[in-house]
Design a protein around this ligand. Structure first.
Ligand code: F0G
Length: 358
C-alpha cells in the first residue's frame, strides 16, 4: 500500500522527460507534480504588438513559480547523494519551492533571505513548509555569497541555480513549448534576475534542435528592471532596487552563460521601469485574465516597450513570441491590495454610488 501511494504521486517533469535529465533508475524521485503548465494564446497582447503571443503560465506550478521544475531534479539528486538538509539564498520563490520539496522529501531546509525584501506570499510558504529562515541585513547577492560558502563547508546541498541540476530541470519548460507548438517560437522573452532561467531555456531549445525535434532556435530576450540591470549595463549593481523583488539582483550567478545565449541567438537585454512593470501587471490581469507577480510582468512591459519603439529588428511582424510569466500574482498581494477603496456605509445608496463611481 505504501509503495503504491509513493508510485502514484505526482507525474511531474522527471517522469515526463526522464531520459533528458541526470537521473537514474535508482534516483529517489521527489515530485509535487510540477510542469505541464498552460501555454495560453494572448489575443489582446498579440494585437497590441502585431505578433502571435503565447504566455507560458509558470505560476501554475505547485508552489506558484517555475522554480519547481528545477527543484524536483535538484532535491531528488540531493536525496540520492545522502544530503540531510537543503540550503538556498532567495528573493522568495526559490525558498518557497525548496521548503516544499524538502518537506516532501522529509529533510531539513534552511533559507537565507534579504530582510524585509521578500513578498509576503513567498515568505508565508517558507514558514508553512517548516524551513529555517535566516534574514540578513543585506541583499540577495550577499545571501548567495554566504550560501556558497556554507554549502561548500557543511552538510547542506545548495539548491540555487548554481546547482546544474536546477538548470537541467528548468530546461523542460522549453521542451514543453516545442512539444506543443511543433517547433521553437521565433522569440522567447522572460525576466532576467540571477539569469539561470534564460540559461535553462537556451539549453532546452538547443538540446531539442540537436535531436531534430525543432528546426530553429528562438531569439532570447531578457528583461531587467531599470535599477536592477547589471547585464544591461555590463556592470555589477551594488544596490539594486525595484518593485519586482524577485529580480532585485545586482550580480547574477549565470551572467556569462546568459550573455552568451543572448549573443548567440541575436537576442537582447532590455530594461523597463517599475511604473511600466506595474502597468503591464494590471493590464495583463484586466485584459487577458492572467494575474502574475511583478517580475513576471517585466517581460510583458518589455514587449509593449519594444512595440512602442517599433523595434521590428528584434520583433518582426507576425512572429511567434513565447513569454514566460514566471510566478503567480498571489505571491505578492500587497502590491495590488493597496488599490482597494475604503469601506462605505452599509446601505444601498452608498454601495450603488461606489459601484458606479468612475
Ligand atoms: N521571475 C521570478 C518570479 C523569480 O522568482 C525569479 C528569480 C526570476 C524571474 C528570475 O529568474 O534568476 O533564473 O533569472 N528568483 C530567484 C529566487 C532569484 O530566489 O526566487 P532567474
Amino acid at each position: 500500500m505504501q509503495n503504491e501511494s509513493k508510485k502514484s504521486r505526482g507525474g511531474g517533469v522527471i517522469s515526463r522527460y526522464r531520459s533528458y535529465l541526470p537521473v537514474s533508475e535508482t534516483t529517489p524521485i521527489v515530485t509535487l507534480g510540477e510542469g505541464s503548465t498552460p501555454l495560453v494564446f494572448a489575443p489582446r497582447l498579440s494585437e497590441r504588438i502585431d505578433c502571435r503571443v503565447l504566455v507560458k503560465c509558470e505560476g501554475l506550478n505547485p508552489t506558484g513559480s517555475f522554480k519547481d521544475r528545477g527543484m524536483t531534479v535538484a532535491v531528488s539528486k540531493a536525496v540520492e547523494s545522502g544530503a540531510q538538509a537543503l540550503i538556498c539564498a532567495s528573493t522568495g520563490n526559490t525558498s518557497a519551492s525548496a521548503a516544499a520539496y524538502a518537506a516532501c522529501a522529509g529533510i531539513r531546509c534552511a533559507v537565507v533571505l534579504p530582510a524585509g525584501k521578500i513578498a509576503s506570499g513567498k515568505l508565508v510558504q517558507a514558514i508553512a513548509h517548516g524551513a529555517r529562515i535566516v534574514s540578513i541585513n543585506g541583499n540577495f547577492d550577499d545571501a548567495l555569497r554566504i550560501v556558497r560558502e556554507l554549502g561548500g563547508r557543511d552538510e547542506f546541498a545548495i539548491v540555487n541555480s548554481i546547482n546544474p541540476d536546477r538548470i537541467a530541470g528548468q530546461k523542460t519548460a522549453a521542451f514543453e513549448i516545442v512539444d506543443e507548438l511543433g517547433d521553437a517560437p521565433d522569440i522567447h522573452i522572460l525576466p532576467l534576475g540571477n539569469a539561470g532561467n534564460l540559461t535553462a531555456y537556451t539549453a532546452g531549445y538547443s538540446e531539442y534542435k540537436q535531436l531534430g525535434k525543432s528546426r530553429r532556435l528562438p531569439r532570447m530576450i531578457g528583461i531587467q528592471a531599470e535599477h536592477a540591470a547589471p547585464i544591461f549595463h555590463h556592470r555589477v549593481i551594488e544596490k539594486p532596487e525595484t518593485i519586482a523583488s524577485a529580480i532585485r539582483i545586482g550580480n547574477p550567478a549565470s551572467w556569462e552563460a546568459a550573455q552568451r545565449a543572448i549573443n548567440d541567438s541575436s537576442g537582447a537585454v532590455e530594461i523597463v521601469t517599475d511604473h511600466e512593470i506595474l502597468e503591464a501587471q494590471s493590464w495583463l490581469a484586466q485584459t487577458e485574465g492572467i494575474f502574475v507577480e511583478p517580475a513576471s510582468a517585466a517581460p510583458i512591459a518589455g514587449l509593449l516597450k519594444l512595440a512602442r519603439e517599433k523595434r521590428r529588428d528584434l520583433m518582426p511582424m507576425d512572429a511567434t513570441v513565447v513569454c514566460t510569466c514566471t510566478g503567480h500574482g498571489l505571491k505578492d498581494p500587497e502590491i495590488v491590495s493597496a488599490k482597494l477603496a475604503a469601506p462605505v456605509a452599509p446601505n444601498i445608496e452608498a454601495v450603488r454610488e461606489e459601484i458606479t463611481r468612475s
